[in-house]
Design a protein around this ligand. Structure first.
Ligand SMILES: Cc1cc2nc3c(=O)[nH]c(=O)nc-3n(C[C@H](O)[C@H](O)[C@H](O)COP(=O)(O)OP(=O)(O)OC[C@H]3O[C@@H](n4cnc5c(N)ncnc54)[C@H](O)[C@@H]3O)c2cc1C
Length: 381
C-alpha cells in the first residue's frame, strides 16, 4: 500500500493552498453566515475553476480540467477547510455541468457548458421535494403535456444554489412510473425561488424552487425521455465522497482551532494543552479525522481505478459525516464557554458539520446501501 501522493498531486495542493490563502480566503470571509451573493460567486468560481475546483471532473475535450478523483478531492478538501460553503457552491455547479456534459445535446452543451465552467453561469440540481427526500421515486412534481409543450407543476425543496442558479437541472414525473430530466433556464423559464433560513453552512444557498406551470418543450429535456430518475441517481459515489471531503475540511479547521486555543489558554497555572484530559480530546479528534481521511482517500482512489464502489463511498460518507459531529463538538469543549460565542467562530464548525449527515443519502440511507452491498438484500422498502 502506498500512502504517498504523487509529485503532481503534492505540487497541485501546495500551489492551491497558496492561492486559497492569498486570493480566496479574503474574498470569501464576509460570507460565513450569509450566502455568497451572485457577483461574489461568479468571481470566486472563476478563480477556483482555473485550478480545477468546479471544473476538474469535466473532461478536457468538453472544456474542463479533467483531474483524477484523488487530486480533485484534495483540492476540494483544502477549499472546505477555508470555506465549506464555497466548496458546496463549486461542487453543485460542477454537478450541473457534468449532467449537461454527459447528457446534453450539442446545442445544449455549446450554449451552457462554457459559461458554467467559467463561473459566468451558475447551476443546480433539483430533485428533492417537501414530500420526497430519501424516497426519490415518490416525487410528485410533474410535466403535463399541452399540445407541443409541457407544463411543469410542483415544488423542489432543499436545493443547493437555488437562489443563485441561472440553470436548474430538474427531474419530474412524466408518467406513472416515468421521470424525465429538464433543463430550466432562468432567462426563459418562469420558476420562482425562496431561500431557506437554516442552521449552518449559511454561505451555501439552499432553497425551494416553485414550478407553477413552467412551460418547457422537448428541446429543454436533458437526456432520453423517461430516463430522468435513473440518470439522476448516477454519480452518488462522487457526491458522497464530496460531502465527506467537506466534512474533512471542517474537521481540520476545528482541530487547528482547538490546538491553537489549547496552547494559548491557561488554567491551573499552565496552558490547557498540558492537561492530560485536554490532550485526550485532541487525540480523539485527530484519530477520528485520520480514520475519516483514509476512508475518503480509499473511496476516491477506487473511483480512479474505475468500476462501482457504492459500498466504499457510503462507508466514507457515513463515517466521516458522523465523526465530524464529534470532532466539532470536542473543539467547542476545548474552548469551554468561549466555544459557544459566535464571535469566536468555533461554534460555526459545529453548525456546519451538523448539516452533512443529511444530503446525498442520510447516514441511515448510506448504512442501508452498505447493508445491501454486503448482505445482498435490499432493505429500503
Ligand atoms: C446541505 C444540504 C444540501 C442539499 N442539496 C440538495 C440539492 O442540491 N438537490 C436536491 O435535490 N436535494 C438536496 N438536498 C436534500 C437532500 O437530498 C435530502 O434532504 C435527503 O435526501 C433526505 O431527505 P429528507 O430531508 O426529506 O429526509 P427524509 O427522507 O424524510 O428522512 C427523514 C428521516 O428518516 C430516515 N429514513 C428515511 N427513509 C428511511 C429508511 N428506508 N430506513 C431508515 N431510515 C429512513 C432518514 O435517514 C432521516 O433520518 C440537500 C440537503 C441538505 C441538508
Amino acid at each position: 500500500m502506498d500512502f504517498d501522493f504523487t509529485e503532481e498531486q503534492t505540487l497541485a495542493l501546495e500551489s492551491w493552498n497558496r492561492l486559497l490563502e492569498r486570493d480566496v480566503a479574503p474574498k470569501v470571509a464576509p460570507f460565513r453566515d450569509t450566502f455568497i451573493d451572485k457577483a461574489a460567486a461568479r468571481e470566486l468560481l472563476a478563480i477556483t475553476g482555473e485550478y480545477g475546483v468546479g471544473t476538474g471532473w469535466v473532461p478536457e475535450e468538453d472544456g474542463g480540467i479533467g483531474l483524477d478523483f484523488v487530486t480533485s478531492g484534495l483540492l476540494y478538501e483544502a477549499l472546505a477547510r477555508v470555506s465549506p460553503d464555497l466548496a458546496g457552491l463549486a461542487f453543485v455547479n460542477e454537478g450541473a455541468a457534468l449532467k449537461i456534459q454527459r447528457l446534453g445535446t450539442p446545442e445544449q452543451k455549446e450554449k451552457y457548458l462554457p459559461g458554467l465552467l467559467a463561473g459566468e453561469l451558475i447551476g443546480c440540481s433539483a430533485i428533492s421535494e417537501p414530500g420526497a427526500g430519501s424516497d426519490v421515486p415518490s416525487m410528485s412534481a410533474r410535466a403535463e403535456k399541452d399540445g407541443d409543450v409541457y407544463r411543469l407543476y410542483g415544488e423542489k425543496q432543499w436545493i443547493s444554489n437555488a437562489s443563485l442558479a441561472d440553470l436548474v437541472v430538474t427531474v419530474v414525473r412524466t408518467g406513472e412510473k416515468e421521470f424525465s430530466m429538464f433543463l430550466l433556464d432562468r432567462e426563459k423559464h418562469a420558476f420562482s425561488v425562496r431561500e431557506v433560513d437554516k442552521l449552518g453552512l449559511n454561505g451555501w444557498s439552499l432553497g425551494q424552487i416553485f414550478l407553477d406551470g413552467v412551460t418547457v418543450t422537448d428541446a429543454d429535456r436533458l437526456g432520453p425521455a423517461g430516463e430522468g430518475l435513473r440518470e439522476s441517481m448516477k454519480g452518488f459515489e462522487r457526491s458522497r465522497c464530496f460531502i465527506s471531503l467537506v466534512a474533512l475540511g471542517i474537521s481540520r479547521a476545528a482541530i487547528d482551532d482547538a490546538i491553537a486555543y489549547a496552547a494559548e489558554r491557561k488554567a491551573f497555572g499552565k496552558p490547557i494543552a498540558g492537561h492530560q484530559l485536554v490532550q485526550d480530546m485532541v487525540a480523539e479528534m485527530a484519530t477520528l479525522h485520520d480514520a475519516s481521511q483514509l476512508l475518503v482517500y480509499r473511496a476516491l482512489s477506487l473511483l480512479d481505478k474505475g468500476g462501482k464502489h457504492n459500498c466504499e463511498a457510503a462507508i466514507a460518507k457515513s463515517f466521516t459525516t458522523e465523526s465530524v459531529q464529534r470532532i466539532t463538538s470536542l473543539a467547542i469543549q476545548v474552548y469551554g464557554a468561549a466555544g459557544i460565542a459566535r464571535e469566536n467562530g468555533v461554534e460555526r464548525h459545529f453548525r456546519n458539520a451538523r448539516m452533512l449527515t443529511i444530503p446525498d443519502g442520510t447516514t441511515q440511507i448510506n448504512r442501508l446501501v452498505i447493508g445491501r452491498e454486503l448482505l445482498g438484500v435490499n432493505a429500503f422498502r
